[in-house]
Structure formats: C-alpha cells, structure tokens
Ligand binder design. Structure first.
Ligand SMILES: [Zn+2]
Length: 301
C-alpha cells in the first residue's frame, strides 16, 4: 500500500467509498486488506470514532478546509500513540483545501512516519497541487459500464426497468444514478420532455405541447439536457444496433433515421444558443418542436 493515494474521477464513481474501504482495511484486525466490518476496529471506523483514523474536513458552516484544520491533524498525529501500528487520514474532496492547507499537507506527506497512510479524493486531479500529486499514487477511477451499474442498482432493490434506464443516463456514475433515482423533479422533467418535444409529429401538435411548456423557462436548460440525452441514447442504440435500446421511447422513434436524429441534435444546440442569447423561451421551444415534427413526420412504423 502506497503511503499516500489520490483517487480522482467523475463525481459518483466511488472514490470516497474506495478511499474508506482501503483505510478501514488497513485498520481492520483481520489484516488481509479487506475490512471485515465486524471487528472492533471496523465498528469504530464506521462510527468515525477510531482514534487512528482522522478525517480533515471543512469546519462547520465553511466550504474550504483551512490550514488550521491541517495543523490540528498534525497535532493529533504527534500526540496519539497508534493502537495497531497504523494510522489513516482520509480527506474527501481534497480540492476544498486552501492553498495554505495544501502546502501544510505537503510538509506532512514529506515528514510522516511509517505506518501513516493518506487517502485523498478529488473530482479533478489538477485541483490538487502538483507537488502533492507527485507524492501520491494517483488512481483515476473510470466510469462504470452500463451493465455493471444496472446490476448494482438491481442489487439495491430497484425495479429492472428503472435500473436499465438509469444505467444509460448516469454517465457511468453509480452515485449519480442513485441520486437521479431519488430525484422526483428529474422524473417529472423527463415525463414532460416525452409529452412535448418527443411527441410532436405534426405542426398542429405544437400548440398543445407549448401550453405544457409555457411556465418552464427556468427549467429550460434541464429539459434541453434531458432531450439531448434521450436523442443521444437513441442514436447510440441505432449505431450499435441494440434494438432494445429504443424500447421505452415514443414508438415512432423506433423507425428513426440516424441522419434525422443528428438534425434534431443540431437544433437542440441552436436552441441552447438562443436561450443563452435571451431569446424568449416559448419561441425557441416552438422552433425546436417544429424541427422535431418535421423530422419525425418522415418516420413510418
Ligand atoms: Zn475488521
């Protein structure tokens, strides 16, 4: 085990979970690297009361980890005797350390006694000083493949349809999938996208859809995001010939031509630019639906 480990990668890929498993594994009385979850050391780690586990974090009501917090940590390191010859320091979201705090950590990394292990997590590697990174074993955690996320979600008791949908939209992050699952506003926004942008097939459908969208200006970016995700997922399904990828789309999309889907993606991009340029929401939503209806009217099941 390296003396200091920096885990980086997208939010939700499991950096904190892994950092704590590694740290707890070092303290566990079973000493095979995997925490047993049963022994006294594991129980105390889980309760955050193990004397040899330190978790520098922002002080209450603060966002950053200040140098004082790091000094307290160093103080604790010098005072406490280690119970099992091992001590672990886990710093979640280490990019929250101020530059002074990072420099203080750097000194500690240089001077720390054997048996002291540091685990840092950060979404973006470059948010951590290069001098700290050069003293860490840097592990970049990759997004999970959709099938693995789907299995993990089913293992957590989610219905298989929901697990499958989430696995396609969470960008390889189990944490994000779980957050999306519990986010009712996401599911209602998705429902609205299906009832409006994805349902228009002729010009006369647009008026009714516009009515549903008229109060959604503040939610507009999210609706466009979801619409883009949906079209991309469909395009991916077409490209890789995974026939079942299209199953929960409005049925006429099963006959979609990839070339037309790309045109819809372009029009979403234009709508985003218009929104950023303060074009009225109703007008840009109608313009987008017009393009979509032109493309989708070509498809016959
Ligand atoms: Zn244990």
């Amino acid at each position: 085990m390296a003396h200091a480990t920096l885990l980086t990668g997208e939010s939700g890929v499991g950096k904190k979970t892994l950092a704590h498993l590694l740290a707890q594994g070092l303290l566990c009385e079973r000493e095979d690297g995997r925490p047993c979850g049963q022994c006294r050391a594991c129980r105390r780690y889980a309760a955050r009361t193990h004397p040899d586990a330190i978790f520098p974090a922002p002080a209450p009501r603060e966002k950053s980890i200040k140098v004082e917090t790091l000094r307290d940590m160093i103080d604790a390191l010098s005072r406490h005797a280690m119970e099992g010859g091992v001590r672990v320091i886990v710093i979640e979201n280490a990019e929250r350390m101020t530059p002074q705090a990072q420099n203080c950590l750097l000194k500690t990394l240089e001077e720390a006694a054997g048996g002291t292990y540091f685990f840092l997590t950060a979404d973006i590697e470059t948010a951590i000083l290069p001098t700290i990174r050069s003293r860490c074993r840097c592990v970049r955690m990759q997004p999970w493949p959709p099938e693995r996320i789907e299995r993990a979600l089913i293992g957590r008791g989610l219905p298989s349809g929901r697990a499958r949908t989430l696995s396609r939209y969470c960008e390889g992050s189990l944490g994000r999938a779980i957050a999306m699952h519990g986010d009712e506003s996401y599911w209602s926004a998705r429902e609205l996208v299906r009832k409006t942008f994805l349902s228009v097939r002729k010009i006369s459908d647009i008026a009714e859809a516009s009515q549903l969208l008229k109060d959604q200006r503040d939610n507009g970016d999210r609706l466009l995001d979801i619409l883009e995700q949906e079209i991309r997922a469909l395009l991916h399904g077409k490209a890789t010939r995974e026939a079942d990828e299209a199953d929960d789309f409005p049925p006429h999309f099963q006959a979609a031509d990839p070339k037309d889907l790309r045109k819809i993606l372009e029009s979403i991009l234009i709508a985003r630019r218009q929104k950023a340029a303060n074009v009225g929401w109703a007008a840009l939503a109608e313009g987008l639906m017009q393009t979509i209806s032109e493309e989708t009217s070509k498809w016959q099941l």
